[in-house]
Design a protein around this ligand. Structure first.
Ligand code: G6P
Ligand code: ZN
Length: 583
């Protein structure tokens, strides 16, 4: 057995290591500065406390973006030096964020051990490569992101750190080969186990969904399918699940080879960045001449986000979670006993609320960020949840799950088409969505993003919106002056959440203007950007009248959009005449 020593290295605090909504995300050139990663990792170990770290089993992997391989070796050496007992690494350092959550919750190591936490190496949907983003976040033993209590402690530690421990002489581990390597340190044995990135996750998916039923759909010549991993880690799962397990054609996989720089693309599954898929589905101006597939989906870099498309048809994430919730019990075996409850983030449209009301389900509106759902799930209050930001998931893990969402949709389609695959007419994605609108009404919805805006200007814009909330009559005078066909603001506030499980209060979670007819304008600053500020504007309008649910969404929302832009003085504050991205 190779032996290693522990070295204590002197260091000094580095500014700006405050973890955001989903960990610490910075440019690679920041992460590679001397001691940058080391300080953060040691601060995390210190926040968890030495007793919890000693003897721990830690998962270390991620979406495979540039710098991951080096980071895995550094973290492994630091784990060894801090008395961690085992490090588990997905082959080639690849594990999707949902797979990490599944591994923490489900995997049993070759020696019977269970994981106690994970470092996930990802900057999610941000681009990767030497001049792009890297990221790291810590997940706890329930499989979910560290709660604020821990991330605050980590941040405090980064401000006072004086030294870190590292096993400098521990040889680099070959992460391309599955197997266990054992080392000996001052505190005893230290193992590094490299394992197949997909098998635990595939096993979990098979226990949730009826793979036989989905296989009938996917292997039917009547049903065509396309999945775009945008060169993210979802590719490591897509072939195994969609092709090998479920019988889809290999040609239905787009960009499914994980790449360190995501092929130079922006791995965010939306109508702007998933260009190739959007064109293939017949949704872009440069439509291909081929008949688009019946179903298309995409994932982000770490495969926790999803976009669902039908032929020439976009399903908004807010509709997607509502439709999954409405159909889950009959289509997905995992939910056959009923749903414990459902939840959405505040800026997500109220489509899910209507389903919850109709089906008499517990319902929760939480701030943006998956950790709030995790608390509800741990308390047995929530089965299905989703966010407008292309995140959908359930209590099978404590992260959102891009491939799960696709399997949920395929289950609904397979269930509705049970009788149609041999003879009848296929029920399409569009049919399902239109029927849902006819039953529950439609929430027209759009989001405008202003990326990399001057941080000071963004703050001023938000402060102005808060200030205006103190006088609704004045707000309504302004609104009337902009568009007389928009209803009146009846309430305006900053969203505040009291967690029903731990009683914690989260303030300033987004600025809301609520209208008499149920329309909403929401303004938020993104918590995930790595440069400047990103302003998000969410616009929503509810339509119950079945004769009015078929309009083009941008056209239906045009009056509210105009009000939002003028009321917030968007162009005046930011200098931007148009958003960077519209979804
Ligand atoms: C991450 C979180 C999501 C959250 C999203 C918001 O993806 O995991 O739960 O919805 O960030 O991002 P934003 O940039 O709007 O703060
Ligand atoms: Zn992600």
């Amino acid at each position: 057995m190779v032996m290693f020593n522990v070295t204590r290295k002197e260091t000094a605090p580095i500014d700006g290591q405050k973890p955001g909504t989903s960990g610490l995300r910075k440019k690679v050139k920041v992460f590679t500065r001397p001691n940058y990663l080391h300080n953060f990792v040691q601060s995390t170990f210190n926040a968890l406390s030495a007793e919890k770290v000693r003897g721990a089993t830690l998962v270390v992997s991620g979406d495979g973006r540039y710098y991951s391989k080096d980071a895995i070796q550094i973290i492994t050496k630091m784990a060894a030096a801090n008395g961690v007992r085992r490090v588990w690494i997905g082959q080639n350092g690849l594990l999707s964020t949902p797979a990490v959550s599944a591994v923490i919750r489900e995997r049993v190591g070759s020696d019977g051990s269970k994981a106690t936490g994970a470092f996930i190496l990802t900057a999610s949907h941000n681009p990767g490569g030497p001049s792009e983003d890297f990221g790291i976040k810590y997940n706890m033993d329930n499989g979910g992101p560290a709660p604020e209590g821990i991330t605050d402690k980590i941040y405090e530690n980064t401000k006072t750190i004086k030294e870190y421990s590292i096993a400098e002489d521990l040889p680099d581990v070959d992460i391309s080969a599955v197997g266990v390597t054992s080392f000996g340190g001052p505190e005893g044995q230290f193992d590094v186990e490299v394992f197949d990135s997909a098998s635990d996750y595939v096993k979990l998916m098979k226990s949730i969904f009826d793979f036989e039923l989905i296989r009938k759909l996917l292997s039917s010549p009547k049903f065509t399918f396309c999945y775009d991993a945008l060169h993210g880690v979802a590719g490591a799962y897509a072939k195994r699940i969609f092709v090998e397990e479920l019988g889809a054609q290999e040609s239905s996989l787009l960009n499914c080879t994980p790449k360190e720089d995501f092929g130079g693309g922006h791995p965010d599954p939306n109508l702007t960045y998933a260009k190739e898929l959007v064109a293939r589905m017949g949704l872009s101006k440069s439509n291909t001449q081929d008949e688009p597939p019946e179903f298309g989906a995409a994932a982000d870099g770490d495969a926790d986000r999803n976009m669902i498309l039908g032929k020439r048809f976009f399903v908004t994430p807010s509709d997607s979670v509502a439709i999954i919730a409405a159909n889950a019990v009959e289509s997905i075996p995992y939910f056959s006993a009923g749903l414990k409850g459902v939840a959405r983030s505040m800026p997500t449209s109220a489509a899910l609320d209507v389903v919850a009301k109709n089906l008499n389900l517990k319902f929760f509106e939480v701030p943006t960020g998956w950790k709030f759902f995790g608390n509800l799930m741990d308390a047995g209050l929530c089965s299905i949840c989703g966010e407008e930001s292309f995140g959908t998931g359930s209590d099978h893990i404590r992260e959102k799950d891009g491939i799960w969402a696709v399997l949920a949709w395929l289950s609904i389609l397979a269930h509705k088409n049970k009788e149609n695959l041999d003879g009848g007419k296929l029920v399409t994605v569009e049919d399902i969505v239109r029927k849902h609108w006819a039953t529950y009404g439609r929430h027209y919805y759009t989001r405008y993003d202003y990326e990399n805006v001057d941080a000071g200007a963004a703050k001023e814009l938000m402060a102005n919106l808060v200030k205006m909330q103190s006088s609704l009559p004045e707000v309504n005078d302004i609104v009337k002056g902009i568009r007389s066909d928009v209803s009146k603001v009846v309430n305006a506030d900053e969203f505040e959440y009291k967690d029903p499980v731990d009683g914690s209060i989260s303030k300033h979670q987004g600025i809301r203007y609520l209208f008499e007819d149920g329309s909403r304008l929401v303004f938020r600053l993104s918590g995930t950007g790595s440069e400047g500020a990103t302003i998000r504007l969410y616009i929503e309008q509810y339509e119950k009248d079945p004769s009015k649910i078929g309009r083009d969404s941008q056209e239906a929302l045009a009056p509210l959009v105009e009000v939002a832009l003028k009321l917030s003085k968007m162009e005046q504050f930011t200098g931007r005449s148009a958003p960077t991205v519209i979804t």
